[in-house]
Design a binder for this molecule. Structure first.
Ligand code: AMP
Length: 267
């Protein structure tokens, strides 16, 4: 890597937890378009899972992932094991995330963003990429990483990438492979609620939208709703009156699989 940098080559980095799908590949494509070399990491980071069962059940398809990376022309696959990433003497970093870590995913998955910050920063230090690519699918994670880079005075350019969806509207996710045919079909309901919120944003009160969506999901037998929120897209604080830069965020469990999605709202 150092040799390539000496020659002035640019490096794009795409961190993932594997079980790659087209959403991940769109990040790799974006990196290939902008950078001379693209590195994709595959690492299921234990420190960002607050639920040990969730970690255990996380899909792992390493050989298939490597084949896909070769096919799309990713230059380097970085697939470390846990001991390499977290040697006995490793030091954790502490970053002031300004409250971004306290809402939504932070509130529902205590310690999650400490784990995300820790692993992404370790990879950034090792790789020193010019650009790093993150999906808006995990919008709060993207906000946290931007904040981390700014707090650490890092020159790494964080590039947000749009959410890739199935034709049905379901956001692509590694976790979708754990759903039955019926579960997959039912899951479409989540993105439909986001679309409904988008279509009614600025027409109905924000509270009315939130209440309607929560009631609908709770009535639906298949889902256990974790949260549905409308928040501003910078600080991720709840929005009371319709403003331009807001997003709807939803997390629900179906067939024991935790699905996360969000959508920009405009009116
Ligand atoms: P993960 O492997 O789930 O940790 O995701 C790795 C990266 O891919 C993260 O930056 C995600 O936000 C991004 N990603 C996952 N799913 C999608 C999707 N459907 N569309 C765009 N980006 C995605």
């Amino acid at each position: 890597m150092a040799g390539k940098r000496e020659k002035g080559a640019t490096i794009g980095f795409v961190p993932t937890m594997g079980a790659l799908h087209e959403g991940h590949l769109s990040l790799i494509e974006a990196s290939k378009t902008n950078c001379d070399y693209t590195v994709c990491s595959i690492f299921v980071n234990p420190s960002q899972f607050n639920n040990p069962k969730d970690l255990l059940k996380y899909p792992r398809t390493e050989q298939k992932d490597i084949d896909l990376l070769v096919k799309v022309g990713c230059d380097i696959a970085f697939i470390p094991n846990v001991d390499e990433v977290y040697p006995d003497n490793h030091k954790s970093i502490k970053v002031n995330l300004g409250g971004l870590e306290l809402v939504m995913e932070g509130e529902h998955r205590p310690g999650h963003f400490d784990g995300v910050v820790e692993v992404v920063w370790r990879f950034f230090e090792q790789m020193e990429p010019d650009n790093a690519y993150f999906g808006e699918k995990d919008f709060q994670q993207l906000a946290v990483i931007k904040r981390m880079v700014s707090e650490m005075n890092s020159p790494i350019n964080i590039v947000p990438c749009p959410i890739l969806r199935e034709n049905s509207g379901l956001a692509m996710s590694s976790r979708n492979v754990r759903l039955s045919k019926e579960g997959l079909q039912a899951s479409i309901y989540l993105s439909r609620q986001l679309m409904w919120a988008k279509n009614n944003y600025g027409k109905l009160n924000v509270d009315e939208i939130i209440e309607t969506v929560i009631t609908r999901i709770n009535k639906h037998d298949s889902f256990t709703l974790e949260y549905f929120e409308i928040a501003d897209s910078e600080f991720l604080q709840p929005v009371k009156d319709a403003t331009i830069l807001a997003r709807a965020f939803i997390v629900a469990e179906i067939e024991g699989v935790r699905l996360i999605d969000n959508m920009a709202l405009s009116y």
